[in-house]
Design a protein around this ligand. Sequence first.
Ligand code: IDP
Length: 148
Amino acid sequence: MEQTFLMVKPDGVQRNLIGEIVKRFESKGFQLVGAKLMTITPDLAEQHYAEHKERPFFGELVEFITSGPVFAMAWEGENVIAIAREMMGKTNPSEALPGTIRGDYGMTVGKNVIHGSDSPESANRELGLFFNNDELSSYTKQDTAWIY
Ligand code: IDP
């Protein structure tokens, strides 16, 4: 079963959106396998966003993502990486469709509420950056047979 890394960013935590966001992925049928409230260090932020190191907004991005606690999550399910990206909506909330998380709750690209891995490679890398193996639970939920 595929896994992805999702994270409620500091703006989402401050705006009391943790529950709403968890609810959307639970209701869809995905399974939570790990989660924690944490404050990202500058070092972890730079590793997480390494692909953007040369971009003009990199400093701003690192400053923002370390500015308060985030809610880091590992989710599991068929095709969860791509489907979670669809549920998040476009990077710029002004282009994100209503019904998506960014479309419903975001206003600017700098404060777009949620992060989600964009490929199996980044999911693997990001899960490894944020979680130790013993923080992820492998378990069978009773409703699985009613979802697949
Ligand atoms: P994604 O989060 O949808 O995968 P990426 O292109 O990987 O989008 O960008 C990472 C994050 O960097 C975005 O979620 C957004 O918060 C921030 N970002 C992207 N472009 C800009 C920009 O032009 N100005 C400020 N922040 C940006």
